[in-house]
Ligand binder design. Sequence first.
Ligand SMILES: [Zn+2]
Length: 444
Amino acid sequence: MGRFAVEDPEVAELLDLSTGRCERHADVIGDDYEKALQLRMQLQTDLRREQPRYVCAMCMTPVYLVSRPEGRKFFFRHSLEDGRCSAVTRGLLSQDEIDARKYNGAKESWLHLEMKSWIAACLHADPRFSEVVVEGRWTGSFSGEWRKPDVRASYGGIRVAFEIQLSTTYINVIAQRREFYRQEGGLLFWVFAQFDIGARRLTQEDVFYNNNRNAFVVTQVTRDESLRQRRFMLECIWAEPTLGGGVSELRCELVPFDALTLDAGTQRAYHFDFDRERDRIAKEVRERKMARLKPLRDKFEAWYTAHATTSEDDNKTWGQLRRDCAGEGVALPEYPGMLPRGLLNVLYSTKHGRVIGWDYSNFIQIAHHVEPGLRQYLHYFRAALKAFERAELIRSEDLSGKWAAKVAEYKARIAQGDAAYKADKTHDALVRLLFPELFADEPA
Ligand SMILES: [Zn+2]
C-alpha cells in the first residue's frame, strides 16, 4: 500500500468520519492513481459543503489531498492551519504533550478493537442472540446504502447494530447512522467504554439525551459476568426525574440486555424509562394540586351559581374568595360584576350539562351563544365538551342539524387561520383554577 503516498507526511493518521475509524495516510491514498485523484476531487467538494470525510487524527481539522508534481506523490494537508496540530507545530508542543496525544489516539483505537471482541464474546455466550458478525456489512433494503457496524446480531426478531462510541464519534455521524437503522427497522445500540459521571462529554450527551437518559458500558468486568451468566450483561447509567421537576444524580447498575426496553421506532434502548416516570410524576403533582384546591373550587362554584341566579352580592364570601384565589396566584377583580360571566356561564353549564346563568331552556342554546357570540372562548368550550363528555347531549338536542353545520364551518375557518377565532386567554389562570379538567391532557 502507498505507492503514491509521500514518506514523511505532515498528517500521518486520519480519522474517517464516515466510519469513526483511524486510518494510515498511505492506506487512504491507496494504490490506484485514478482513485486517488477522484478522492482528491471528492475531498475538495466535501470541504466546500462543510461535510469533511477525513480529519487529522491528531487535531480533528479537516484535510484535503495535495499532489506533489514530482513523482506522482500525494499527501494530506490541514484545511486550516491555526497552530493547534502537533503534527505541524512540533516546536510549540513539548515532546510529552505530543506523546500524550499520540498515546490517547492509540489507546482509543486499541480499546476499540478490544471492545469489539468483548461485545462479540458476550453475544456468542448469550443464546438469545444469533447471527453475530463483527465488522460485517449491513446493506440497506431500500437505498442500497450500507453501514459496517462494529458488531451486529439478531435478537428475537430484531436486528441490532452495536456501535462503540468513542470520543471521536461526531454528531453528524451519530445522526446519519441512527436514521439508517431506523429506516431499516433495526436498532442502533451505542456502547461506551466508560461514562464520565462527573464531566460528561458532549459526544456522550448526544447519545444519552436521545436515549431516554440511559447509557450502556461494556468493560472486561461486564464481559466476564456475561460469560459466567451466559447472558449479555451491561453496566447501565441512567438518570431519574425528581418530584420537584429536576433530575437525580446518575444511577449505575449491572443489567441484562434481555430486560431492556427496545424501541426501533425511536431508536432507543433503556433500562429505566425516564420519560414515562417524568410524566407519571407530573400527573401525580397535578392530581395532588387538584385535590388540594378542591375546597376552593367548590366554594367558588357555590358562590357563583348562587350569584348568577339571584344576582345578589355576598360581599363577605367574595372577599374571602379574592384572598384565597390571590394565595394561589389568581387575581380576581374587585367587584363580582367584573368577572367574565359569559365564559363562566358556558363552562359551569357544560360541567353540569344544564343551563347555568342564563334563561335558555336547552343546553344547545349555550353552544349557539358561544358561536358566534363568544367565539374567542370556543377553545375552552370545546375542551369542556370533551372533558365533561357532552358531545352526546349536544347531538341529541341538535335536531335541526344547525349546530353540526356551524361546527363544520368554524373548523374550516379555524383551519384557514381566521383571526376572529383567536383564542382569548385573558382569564386563563382563573379557568385553570376552576376547571382543571380542561387541561388534563396537557403535557407536563
Ligand atoms: Zn492535525
